[in-house]
Design a protein around this ligand. Structure first.
Ligand code: AMP
Ligand code: ZN
Length: 465
């Protein structure tokens, strides 16, 4: 079995993923609103990583949490005067609808933070007992950074940088400005009806402890891969390391993987800047979900990606090229001609090499287009037979088991019978020199969403775009 090489944020090196059974934790959505396509860039990469691991022969158990309690969800529920659960439910549902639309494979588990409060309380309790946490006079619990000298090892920050972290008003009782909250004491004006009882008083968990507790409860003390967007690296993931390693005494994560941001006008796409698009926004504008999937997957995950509508249009064109190619191959009926085995072997090796090397999606896509170019040239020379065409399509399907956005499927390509018949009638009309009938049949075909393509193998229909 070939090992996947992944860049590890912690060591800042590409390292082989050596365990065959992968326990993978991926930070999931905070369900106070719809997810935007920046969030989906991260979730789609995680889907690609999961599919790549499986393709290479690893077994994957993935957990993605749903953050259904935090400052933002509580604030929105409070403003709308509804119970927290009532507020978050439609956004959880929308999230699952969106991932299905984007053909993101389901993780094995989607734990909701509100279902893991006892595990969070137990974890905080351990940290208190081990002297890594302290209780303030108002009943909140903080993690003591000075109790964990390795703090900063993931994001490569040092303590002097951390001291500049501003202390917020309701955290006045902390021993050090950079200590972070594990348990927030209940504030009726802020929290309304959202609270849980605990040995340290009425309150609710801080956001960071949620992920540590859910990851360890479902995947164990040490997990293989932990993913998120780069904005999660500090402080969220750094805090997860501190909490988990101080409670278990073991290494929390073997491989930290961070996805670079999706930008708009060169600024991070985010709810707070208001520069975001949801999946629903783009579908309403007429884009196909798989165009969005393609757009977000085609670059390298460690490179920022600037979102533009021109790029989406370019994706449309790229997919149309693939679709044309598939059409061309499907129309070939002539017997075996040229030996394409070597060409396909080379393409597969190049593809696998690209993904093995830190999932280099942009290189893998270029391998696909190189193959298309070479085969098109062979088709022009009438050197591709039916058997070769079938093998090429099978290889493309294999590649697509990772990307799941290539237009290869018959469903997308099938031509209705009446349109096919109109093409034949048009040919008859042309032979009889009835050009006005031929033209009206061509218009009819166009209205039905197809254009006529003249190929060396004869005339055939393809979708208008
Ligand atoms: P949130 O719902 O804000 O907790 O974010 C969910 C996931 O999306 C996290 O892994 C974030 O790091 C990631 N994320 C947020 N904004 C972007 C963006 N503009 N580009 C890529 N990933 C993002
Ligand atoms: Zn998290």
């Amino acid at each position: 079995m070939k090992y996947l090489k992944l860049f590890n944020t912690s060591s800042r090196k590409k390292e082989e993923v050596r365990n065959k059974k992968i326990r993978m934790y991926t930070c999931g959505p905070t369900v106070y609103d719809y997810a935007h396509i920046g969030n989906f860039r991260t979730y789609l990469f995680e889907d690609l990583l999961r599919r790549t691991l499986k393709y290479l022969g690893y077994e994957v158990r993935q957990v993605m949490n749903i953050t259904d309690v935090d400052d933002k969800t509580i604030q929105r529920a409070y403003e709308e005067k509804v119970a927290l659960d009532t507020y978050t439910r439609p956004f959880i549902q929308a999230f699952f609808e969106d991932i299905d639309i984007l053909q993101i494979e389901r993780a094995e588990d989607y734990p909701r933070a509100t279902h893991y409060i006892p595990q969070m309380i137990a974890l905080i309790d351990t940290l208190l007992k081990k002297g890594h946490a302290y209780l303030t006079r108002d009943g909140s619990v903080y993690f003591s950074l000075k109790s964990f000298p390795a703090y900063g090892k993931l994001s490569h920050l040092n303590f002097s940088e951390l001291k500049t972290v501003e202390q917020s008003r309701d955290e006045y009782d902390k021993e050090a400005a950079s200590d972070f909250v594990l348990w927030k004491t209940y504030d009726p004006l802020r929290d309304g009806s959202v609270f849980w009882d605990s040995p340290f008083g009425k309150g609710r968990p801080g956001w960071h402890i949620e992920c540590s507790a859910m990851a360890m409860a479902l995947l164990g003390d040490t997990i293989d891969i932990h993913c998120g967007g780069v904005d999660n690296m500090f402080p969220h993931h750094e805090n997860e390391v501190a909490q988990s390693e101080c409670s278990s005494g073991k290494v929390f994560v073997l491989h930290w993987v961070h996805v670079e941001h999706l930008l708009v006008h060169h600024k991070k796409m985010s709810k707070s800047l208001g520069n975001f698009f949801t999946l629903r926004d783009l579908i309403q504008k007429g884009y196909h979900p798989l165009e969005i999937r393609y757009l977000l997957l085609q670059g390298h995950y460690r490179t920022q990606l600037n979102f533009t509508f021109q790029e989406l249009e370019a994706v449309k064109m790229a997919r149309a090229r693939i679709s044309d190619f598939v059409f061309r191959l499907q129309a070939i009926t002539s017997p075996k001609k040229e030996e394409t085995r070597l060409l396909l072997k080379k393409a597969k090796e190049a593809f696998v090499e690209a993904i093995l090397d830190d999932i280099n999606a942009s290189l893998a896509f270029s391998v696909i287009f190189d193959l298309i170019r070479e085969v098109n040239t062979l088709c022009d020379q009438d050197k591709i037979g039916q058997e070769d065409a079938k093998n090429i399509l099978t290889l493309l399907s294999e590649f697509d088991s990772l990307f799941s956005c290539l237009p290869l499927h018959k469903k997308e390509l099938s031509v209705p019978e009446e349109v096919q018949r109109a093409l034949e009638q048009r040919e008859e009309a042309r032979k009889k020199k009835d050009f006005s009938l031929a033209d009206s049949l061509r218009d009819y075909i166009y209205e039905k969403g197809y254009v006529i393509d003249d190929t060396p193998q004869g005339l055939r229909l393809k979708p208008r775009d």
